[in-house]
Design a protein around this ligand. Structure first.
Ligand code: GDP
Ligand code: MG
Length: 397
């Protein structure tokens, strides 16, 4: 998961690390030659500083080898004014390399320096295109890269740890943007609170497109609640797709929770109604209601899920969407939420998604929080949403 994005970010970081290493080497070479001169302070004249550097030949020595500098013929000096001007220009030329030398030495010896504007721009742009390639939404990719740009333009980085510094900048910018997203409920706590205040059974409805993992995820949630000693019943309310009822019964048996079912073509809302009645009569804490997958554009089927929601009056309505559906997902969620209020998203199949962009931007784009990530087919393969999990997977320490 996130493998592609992780690789791209690491490539962008490496590019800057290489450039900074080259700069550092250059700085150290010059520093090695002129270190004493600089440390002794600015009062010393350039000629004295140059005198500290071993020269390849002195004036007295005969020019005998091919590396020796070629002596320039002295230019005739016409008047005192020209002489003065020439001296001034010479002074200026000598002064310039000393300034850049100081900057280089600052990086090489003191270890802190600001990336130049070109480098910052290059880095931010590489990160932006990596995010977009990984299907992070346009706005979120822009927000993250603007934050990176700002951080790098405002602060020096430790030139001895360029890689760590850039990774840490990426992490901070990701955190800054992810933390703006709406926080979802902690499902375990939410249910426990309801039970404690006697508001049972707690009803949770799962909806979303076809094949995204609704039934599997419902079974994962039942497994998780059961491990917290919270009792559940499953409502096999997908009466549409072939084998959907058998699949729910199979999961119910494996997880060890009862399943309320009817035949294919039966009204999904009335099965849910029966499941609620069963929970009440058997003192069961939670009713998990499945539904048939549907496209957000199919008004009839959307009408059916609205009916389930009307009858069940869910305490939580969860959209189950595939991480791998990329840029299509935000639209699916927006369309569904026009008809049914969605409290949270479970983003499945993150384990098969080398991009993972939706995990980063879906909350900011839709305003709906992610509650869990589906990270495999097993009942334990459900990870509670956490910003640290996302950041740690993309730009590790
Ligand atoms: N790799 C992986 N597969 C998943 C995940 N969630 C569900 N699946 C698989 O996706 C397929 C469709 O799941 P299903 O629950 O039938 O989807 P539904 O049509 O939405 O109910 C099944 O093979 C599941 O095992 C997940 O997080 N990761
Ligand atoms: Mg299903």
């Amino acid at each position: 998961m996130f493998d592609n994005l992780k690789k791209k970010i690491s490539e962008a970081v490496n590019k800057i690390v290489k450039r900074e290493d080259a700069k550092k080497e250059e700085g150290q070479e010059i520093a090695g030659a002129k270190e004493t001169a600089i440390i002794n302070g600015p009062e010393r004249k350039q000629e004295e500083i140059d005198g500290d550097i071993p020269q390849s030949s002195s004036k007295e020595e005969p020019i005998s080898d091919s590396y020796a500098p070629i002596a320039k013929p002295a230019a005739p000096i016409k008047d005192a004014y020209r002489e003065e001007k020439a001296q001034e220009q010479k002074k200026e030329e000598k002064a310039q390399p000393r300034l850049s030398l100081k900057t280089k030495i600052k990086g090489a010896i003191l270890g802190r320096s600001r990336l130049d504007r070109g480098e910052i721009e290059d880095f931010a742009e590489s990160i932006r295109s990596s995010l977009l390639e990984s299907e992070v939404s346009y706005d979120t990719a822009d927000e993250i890269t603007s934050d990176i740009r700002k951080r790098l333009a405002e602060g020096d980085i430790d030139t001895r740890k360029v890689r760590e510094e850039l990774n840490s900048t990426v992490r901070e910018s990701l955190r800054e943007v992810l933390e703006k997203g709406r926080k979802g409920v902690d499902l375990g706590l939410f249910v426990s609170d309801r039970i404690a205040s006697g508001k049972t059974p707690v009803k949770i409805l799962f909806l979303g497109p076809n094949g995204t993992g609704k039934t599997t995820t419902m079974a994962k949630i039942a497994h998780m609640l059961k491990s917290k000693k919270i009792s559940c019943v499953l409502s096999a309310s997908d009466t549409f797709r072939a084998a959907a009822i058998e699949q729910t019964v199979y999961h119910g048996e494996r997880v060890g929770v009862p399943v309320i079912k009817s035949g294919y073509g039966a009204d999904p809302a009335s099965i849910a109604f029966d499941a609620i009645a069963y929970a009440k009569s058997h003192n069961i804490d939670v009713v998990l209601v499945d539904s048939a997958g549907r496209q957000e554009t199919n008004r009839n089927l959307i009408g059916e899920v609205q009916k389930i929601a009307r009858v069940v009056k869910p305490d939580l309505t969860i959209f189950v969407g595939e991480s791998i559906s990329g840029n299509v997902l935000p639209n699916q969620i927006k369309e569904f939420s026009k008809f049914v209020a969605i409290d949270g998203i479970i983003l499945t199949k993150l384990d098969c998604d080398s991009k993972g962009g939706n995990a980063i931007s879906i909350t900011n784009t839709t305003g709906i929080p992610i509650l869990f990530f589906g990270i495999g087919e097993g009942y334990d393969a459900l990870a509670p949403y956490s910003i640290d999990f996302v950041i740690g997977s993309i730009a590790p320490n």
